[in-house]
Design a protein around this ligand. Structure first.
Ligand code: HEC
Ligand code: HEC
Ligand code: HEC
Ligand code: HEC
Ligand code: HEC
Ligand code: HEC
Length: 343
């Protein structure tokens, strides 16, 4: 409905500008404005195709793209993001729109499809993310500060008390932790533990778009759908076009069984956290069993679990880092080690 309106509007506007141009009232300026519009709004342009990919993305159709109050609006609405990037302020957005073309591009201001920002991102939880076109994504796809906050180093506090009955179950680094995991930062560090990174951290120089916006499969994966998987005729497939330059032809993402191993580690750590009454045993969602008073070490292990769980790549983003922090968290929560560290 609104799309058809847009198309009609564009046609009318172009006709109007052409009319002004031809009638000479505005002279050549009108003519060039029309020509300028047609570089993008021509009949054979790919905007419609890209629009189709984008329409199939969670950015267009997600069920949480209307969270219009601060701080949520800065990541969950198009206009909120534009405001945040332009002047750093995060406002209430009275008429929230989804993460649309104008959130990421400024075609009418700049007359091109350059990205709204490619500046390096100072991550909320600390450290910098700097990977070309991927910086755009990192502004939103990064961990947030949990409430209550915890220091990310063992020994920096004794206990943690999660009181709020409403937000408590959602305690943690929030849902889009990919920038932190890809860059290998902001995990909880146990005394004596060392985390290292896989080659993706340094070698995928544009980060996210290299894999998520690779050559699309129809309009349902890759490109502006940013989806990595698709389902056709009831069959699930992985989009591996973005891996080919480095890995050759892959049939799926589970290189060397990485995703299987990470799924097992996540399951094991979750079982321990449930047994320790930190996570709710509810199998339909991952929630913290608030109100909760616990040691910093245990809260840190739970933070690490949530950081990796919400990353959603089962180790692909940064295999070594993912394995290291899950293994360290599991080891730390084993009874003998807890006794040794007097927790
Ligand atoms: C650099 C490319 C580019 C140029 C040049 C351009 N546009 Fe657009 N325009 C876009 C994109 C992208 C959209 C969004 C399309 C979509 O939502 O699918 C858009 C959408 C629109 C819309 C629909 C309103 C909306 O919010 O979706 C109108 C009207 C419009 N353009 C008019 C113009 C006019 C008039 C000109 C010339 C003065 C012009 N455009 C030049 C890229 C461009
Ligand atoms: C303005 C903030 C913002 C920007 C910029 C952004 N995203 Fe998102 N993205 C979101 C939000 C919010 C969601 C979840 C929406 C929902 O669930 O309603 C999301 C969803 C996604 C999803 C789907 C997740 C799922 O659960 O299936 C992928 C994949 C994704 N984004 C990748 C990217 C990539 C790649 C980029 C950069 C090209 C990017 N995003 C840029 C905010 C953003
Ligand atoms: C720094 C950016 C950022 C802020 C601020 C933010 N979110 Fe999100 N949120 C995201 C991203 C990115 C995703 C999608 C992550 C993914 O699917 O991997 C997301 C996902 C979600 C989801 C979907 C969870 C799910 O499992 O499907 C909900 C609900 C949500 N956010 C609510 C909120 C609320 C409420 C606020 C404000 C209190 C908020 N967010 C603030 C970036 C943000
Ligand atoms: C979440 C952010 C995001 C949104 C929303 C978005 N784009 Fe893009 N767009 C990008 C990124 C990132 C690139 C660069 C991709 C690359 O270089 O790998 C890009 C590139 C492009 C390009 C040039 C390269 C190409 O694929 O031809 C066009 C044209 C374009 N976008 C149009 C659009 C239109 C039209 C919309 C809305 C329907 C849109 N974009 C929405 C992030 C976005
Ligand atoms: C090396 C390729 C690669 C890079 C780089 C990459 N991703 Fe992913 N991403 C994947 C794969 C593969 C998955 C797992 C898909 C699956 O198994 O369902 C994934 C999963 C995700 C998910 C979970 C939802 C989904 O689509 O399955 C989100 C959201 C996401 N990535 C966002 C990002 C963001 C944001 C960045 C940059 C900070 C990024 N990714 C960088 C390959 C990549
Ligand atoms: C810019 C190059 C580059 C791209 C793009 C890339 N990778 Fe990688 N990847 C590497 C390198 C280098 C390694 C380490 C050497 C190896 O194990 O093959 C690696 C390792 C991995 C590992 C860890 C394997 C192990 O045994 O530790 C997985 C899993 C993986 N990549 C999956 C993917 C997937 C899936 C994609 C596409 C969605 C992808 N990669 C895209 C360069 C890349």
């Amino acid at each position: 409905m609104s799309k058809r309106f847009n198309v009609v509007f564009v046609i009318l506007l172009i006709a109007f500008l052409a009319f002004i141009g031809c009638s000479g009232k505005r002279g050549p300026a009108g003519v060039s404005a029309t020509a300028e519009c047609l570089t993008c709004h021509a009949d054979d342009s790919n905007i419609r195709a890209i629009d189709g990919q984008w329409s199939n993305s969670i950015h267009a159709s997600g069920s949480n793209i209307d969270r219009n109050t601060p701080p949520c609006s800065g990541c969950h609405t198009g206009q909120g993001f534009i405001g945040r990037i332009s002047n750093g302020s995060i406002d209430t957005i009275p008429q929230p729109d989804v993460i649309n073309c104008f959130a990421c591009h400024e075609p009418h201001t700049n007359k091109n499809f350059n990205l709204r920002t490619m500046a390096a991102v100072d991550l909320i939880q600390g450290g910098t993310f700097d990977r070309g076109t991927g910086n755009l994504c990192a502004n939103c796809h990064q961990a947030r500060t949990p409430s209550p906050d915890i220091p990310l180093t063992e020994g920096a506090a004794d206990s943690v008390f999660i009181t709020n009955p409403f937000s408590g179950p959602y305690w943690g680094p929030h849902d889009g932790t990919q920038a932190n995991v890809l860059s290998g930062q902001d995990a909880f560090v146990f005394t004596g533990a060392a985390y290292s990174n896989s080659p993706h951290t340094d070698e995928v120089t544009n980060g996210c778009p290299t894999c998520h916006m690779a050559t699309p499969f129809k309009n349902i994966a890759g490109g502006h759908s940013v989806a990595m998987t698709y389902s056709e005729f009831g069959e699930e497939s992985d989009l591996t076009t973005g891996c080919a330059d480095c890995h050759g032809d892959l049939t799926d993402f589970n290189v060397d069984g990485t995703q299987d191993s990470v799924a097992t580690l996540l399951r094991n750590l979750r079982t321990i956290l449930i047994a320790d009454s930190l996570l709710s045993p509810d199998t339909t969602s991952i929630t913290v069993k608030a109100p909760l008073r616990t040691s910093l070490v245990k809260a840190g292990a739970m933070y690490n679990f949530l950081l990796i769980y919400h990353d959603g790549s089962l180790g692909v983003h940064n295999t070594q880092f993912t394995m290291d922090i899950l293994n360290a968290s599991i080891a730390k929560l084993s009874p003998e080690n807890l006794i040794a560290s007097n927790r």
